[in-house]
Design a protein around this ligand. Sequence first.
Ligand SMILES: O=P(O)(O)OC[C@H]1O[C@H](OP(=O)(O)OP(=O)(O)O)[C@H](O)[C@@H]1O
Length: 271
Amino acid sequence: MVLDQYSKFVKAAFDDFILPTKKYADVIIPRGGDNHVAIDLIVQHIRTKLGQHDLCKIYPNLYVIQSTFQIRGMHTLIRDGHTTKHDFVFYADRLIRLVVEHGLGHLPFTEKQVLTPTGSVYSGVDFCKRLCGVSVIRSGESMENALRACCKGIKIGKILIHREGDNGQQLIYEKLPLDIAERHVLLLDPILGTGNSAVQAISLLLKKGVPESNILFLNLISAPQGVHVVCKRFPRIKIVTSEIEIGLNDDFRVIPGMGEFGDRYFGTDDD
Ligand SMILES: O=P(O)(O)OC[C@H]1O[C@H](OP(=O)(O)OP(=O)(O)O)[C@H](O)[C@@H]1O
């Protein structure tokens, strides 16, 4: 029942977009009992969605992939702390594949005509050829398979950045294709938190001669703080993400987030 009202509420809030959400929630679902928790969750969700909408308006190079119930379902599973490693990897991989495919859609293309078996001409496009991936070790490596599955034989470079809290970022290791400056670069890291790791990684790519507009940063979740930091500093890079988060906690971890992505994906957590 509450969910039904919630759907109507979400639709109305988005249709009108000007409704003061909390007040509206109070009117639709009277407070009291379990509804109190439901309202808070709804308000939190709407705030995130409205914030996401605002961020995309502020930064035209930020792309949040269109949400569907399948995508919400995948997020629900990978964010659930009780999800098994096997399921976490399976659903993270599904989401990553979607983000990668979406990201590739932002690459330039050339027009191409082909002759179909019926003898007709099909006016299509040719894929952008000069590409490479760069994964931020370690979590970014989880995105390499999806990129390889979409781009046959793609070169993939690596960057290792040591992270401590909200600062202390330090570049430890890098191995990049020698001709990276002539390529479009798909930067891979599932989490954008404070943005400090991304700033380090992007700065290195720029130092190697990659034009800012040739960088596409692909991630699963982005905290608004990280989006502000990256988009303000590098206004020409594109960010493709699947969800915008509420923010960061006192430890500079993304919330609601999904915990330590690398540990959960590679099975190095304690469980
Ligand atoms: O935006 P930031 O605040 O810099 O945080 C994001 C970084 O944190 C995570 O890596 P983590 O340091 O947890 O290492 P891991 O990939 O080895 O798990 C993530 O994969 C990013 O690289």
